[in-house]
Design a protein around this ligand. Structure first.
Ligand code: R5P
Length: 382
């Protein structure tokens, strides 16, 4: 693989563990002003520093992302249908590679619609996009979209779609989590990134993240489950802790609760025993609870936060939370800074050392639209 291609992929999927947290904010390209993404700049600013890459359209990059604090851009280059139109699968390439390069995109992305009316068009577009993008060393992320047919999200269909995307030359594939997700991962020769889907309760979205990573996903490309949360900073940091610091579900949810309440976080490390990425420096450590006081946060590497040197300048208000500080929230969220959850029972053992070498997957509800609280227009969308 050429240097350019490889280095661009490395800024999306970190080379130390092959994983990444992609923040999806491209929904407006077919959904318009989706709930909590009405003003993209306001949605993006508080959370962008916690992602490794941003999935976005050229319109929102130019209007709503600060070029002085660059983040790897995964540029959506397909579109052509809207939620109120006839068929969401009727997409074409709408943004040129030249413009992607002008924007300084790190990768380009488009949707494919396997089995849909416009399957042929989307697959041929993928082939052409790979041809063109490879000329400039730009990786292509293929999104296995299902349009309004959410029921399609099973292992058989998603394996078919992901494999076809990889066969067409996609360098990474984004798909949905499903039962038997390992089958999808195992039959796809390129890294798989999992979409969040419609909004779920936070613990369920973290379970989806945890189970995806445990099954071998390279990361998540999550949107609504982060920025439609009442606590988007807490949520993305908890997601990040699973992806990059091997937090298990309980640990990640506890971190979410602590950050949402404005409590100082208690450091803990997760432990994935089932993981195909073997080159993680922090892998397979015992799952221990660390006292909060031992070291300042800045000295602890990779604890669910961007590491030093990772766009540290992109801070809306100084450093990320320090002990005793409230989490950074958008002004209107400060007043609602009360978690819905009951206070944690301090006597309850949290972050128990894992005794079983291969923990069962956390219960992940199928990301069904019924369980979600999306905007009305989103209820039946990809
Ligand atoms: C939808 O078509 C977009 O590609 C989104 O980026 C994707 O669905 C991921 O966002 P979410 O986690 O909200 O599903």
């Amino acid at each position: 693989m050429d240097y350019g291609l490889k280095s661009r992929i490395a800024s999306i999927l970190k080379p130390n563990n092959g994983r990444g947290v992609m923040l999806a904010v491209d929904h407006g390209y077919f959904l318009g002003p989706t709930e909590k993404l009405e003003v993209p700049k306001r949605t993006i600013a508080p959370i962008v520093r916690y992602c490794d890459s941003l999935m976005v359209t050229r319109g929102v990059v130019r209007s709503s992302v600060d070029p002085n604090f660059p983040v790897p851009i995964v540029l959506r280059v397909s579109g052509g249908s809207s939620i109120i139109g006839e068929d969401l699968s009727n997409e074409e390439i709408t943004t040129s590679i030249k413009d992607a390069i002008r924007i300084n995109a790190t990768a380009v992305t488009m949707s494919i619609f396997v089995g849909a009316k416009y399957e042929h068009k989307s697959l041929v577009s993928l082939g052409h996009l790979v041809n063109e993008a490879e000329e400039y060393g730009l990786p292509v992320l293929a999104v296995t979209a299902v349009g309004k047919e959410l029921a399609k999200r099973d292992a058989r269909y998603l394996s078919l779609s992901c494999r076809i995307a990889a066969e067409f030359g996609a360098h990474m594939v984004k798909t949905y989590y499903c039962d038997d997700f390992q089958k999808v991962v195992n039959s796809c020769p390129v890294p798989i990134i999992v979409a969040g889907g419609p909004k779920l309760p936070e613990r369920d979205a973290l379970a989806l993240t945890y189970n995806s990573i445990k099954a071998g996903a390279a990361g998540v490309d999550m949107g609504r489950n982060i920025w439609q949360s009442q606590y988007p900073v807490a949520m993305i940091r908890a997601v990040r802790a699973i992806v990059h610091s091997n937090y298990n579900l309980d640990q990640a949810y506890k971190l979410f609760q602590q950050l949402a309440k404005g409590q100082p976080e208690q450091q803990s490390r997760g432990n994935f025993n089932q993981n195909r990425n073997q080159n993680r420096p922090q892998g397979n450590r015992p799952n221990q609870q660390r006292p909060n006081q031992s070291k300042p946060n800045s000295q602890r590497p990779n604890q669910g936060k961007p590491q030093q040197g990772q766009r540290p300048q992109n801070r809306p208000q100084g450093k990320p939370q320090q002990k005793g500080q409230r989490p950074q929230q958008r002004p209107q969220q400060k007043q609602q800074n009360r978690p819905n959850q009951k206070p944690q029972n301090q006597n309850k053992p949290q972050n128990k050392p894992q005794q079983k070498p291969q923990p069962k997957p956390a219960q992940t509800p199928k990301p069904s639209p019924q369980a979600a609280t999306p905007a009305p227009a989103e209820q039946k969308t990809q």
